[in-house]
Design a binder for this molecule. Structure first.
Ligand SMILES: NC(=O)c1ccc[n+]([C@@H]2O[C@H](COP(=O)([O-])OP(=O)(O)OC[C@H]3O[C@@H](n4cnc5c(N)ncnc54)[C@H](O)[C@@H]3O)[C@@H](O)[C@H]2O)c1
Length: 352
């Protein structure tokens, strides 16, 4: 008699954290492997489905699937972005869940928090870029923005560049900067994390690594503040003046064709005729595979912009699922005990 039960494992964010899944090196490895797999044609990556509920606020829920044929794993990220949440309700903007299914029989294997995975992916992407594009011995990082992405980016940059010793951070309010210092200092004991009293220039001038991760829609970062040799990771929307990209020796994206059609600074520059395809050095995957060079000189200024490749979220989710389930975390979630017409009680349950 064939067993027709279907089970999967459920992982809360807390279980993933307790299982050691906030591991930026693990995430970087998963993302680099995923980029190579995509390059080999091993990844199915259909268009995302977007449902916008409010044209003014862009409150939306997106559905982003991807499959890794070799790993025989298919996943989907179901992610809500509700920008008014923090100010209106004091709650987070982004929340996500992920479902993973095996593709031998097509059954689900995991249902898990996806917010951690999503934020880790943004950091991991920046960190992989830093690994190939920043000065390997970089010791100073300057951040504009002190929110969720900035925090994860600092952890990720430290994973990529262990020589980082000093971090300067500027945000819209000193309270946010103080909170940033309070939360990150205990984790990064060997990094001196300094608030700047909302002085953006002080945060980034002469830093070897610069990150902007803000909710601003304004040219905050100025080209004059970006020193020769700096690596700049642009995370938010419009947050730097056009001259920053113009002065950079290399511009690298996660996927330039996608960036072109968004609302990031580079997208605006492209739409305004200030940037063309020829100005883009490479997509990150070409650097990871060695097809294009990364940093070639100590004095190069290098600009990196990622808007998110959802198959990398699924790759990280699979790595997290594997680690957490091997460590004995997760709760059994029974989807079905038997097939529909096998249920002995079915005649009592059917409504005609
Ligand atoms: N590239 C990606 O893949 C990706 C993924 C997720 C989020 N994002 C983007 O990253 C950005 C940051 O997201 P978050 O979750 O960290 O947001 P958040 O609300 O937690 O933090 C935003 C930060 O921006 C700062 N800020 C806003 N205006 C500023 C100004 N004028 N001067 C200085 N600081 C200012 C705030 O002080 C705050 O620290 C958003 O734009 C978000 O859309 C990008």
């Amino acid at each position: 008699m064939v067993d027709h039960q279907i089970h999967c494992q459920y992982f809360s964010q807390e279980e993933l954290l307790a299982a050691g899944c906030l591991d930026l090196r693990m995430a970087m490895t998963a993302v680099e492997d995923a980029l190579r797999a995509y390059d080999r044609g091993d990844v199915l990556f259909p268009e995302k489905i977007v449902q916008i509920f409010d044209d003014a606020t862009h409150e939306r829920i997106n559905c982003l699937p991807a499959t890794f044929r070799q790993d025989k794993i298919c996943g989907v990220k179901w992610v809500s972005v509700f920008p008014p949440n923090p100010i209106k309700h004091g709650i987070q903007n982004l929340s996500a869940v992920i479902i993973l299914s095996e593709i031998e029989h097509g059954f689900p294997v995991a249902f898990m928090d996806g917010t951690l995975c999503s934020n880790v992916r943004v950091g991991a992407m920046g960190a992989i870029a830093a690994k190939y594009l920043a000065r390997p011995e970089a010791s100073t990082i300057g951040l504009i923005g002190a929110g969720e992405q900035a925090k994860m980016h600092l952890l990720a940059m430290k994973a990529a560049l262990p020589s980082l010793r000093q971090c300067r951070v500027a945000a819209k309010t000193t309270a946010e900067e103080d909170q940033f210092v309070r939360e990150l200092s205990p984790i990064l004991a060997d990094v001196d994390i300094c608030p700047t009293g909302t002085d953006l220039e002080r945060a980034v001038r002469d830093a070897e690594v610069i990150v902007t991760a803000t909710s601003a829609q304004a040219p905050l970062l100025q080209a004059d503040w970006v020193a020769p040799g700096a690596f700049y990771s642009h995370v938010g929307g419009w947050e730097d003046e056009y001259a920053v990209a113009k002065r950079c020796d290399k511009i690298v994206c996660d996927d330039w064709e996608t960036v072109k059609h968004r609302t990031q600074t580079l997208s605006r520059m492209y739409q305004d005729g200030e940037l063309s395809d020829d100005d883009i050095h490479a997509n990150l995957v070409a650097i990871v595979t060695g097809e294009r060079p990364g940093r070639e000189h100590a004095d190069e200024r290098i600009y990196f912009n990622a808007v998110g490749l959802a198959y990398t979220d699924i790759a990280i989710a699979y790595a997290m699922f594997t680690r957490a389930s091997e460590a004995g975390f997760g709760q059994d979630l029974r989807i079905q005990k038997e097939m529909i017409f096998e249920h002995a009680n079915l005649k009592n349950w059917v409504r005609l």
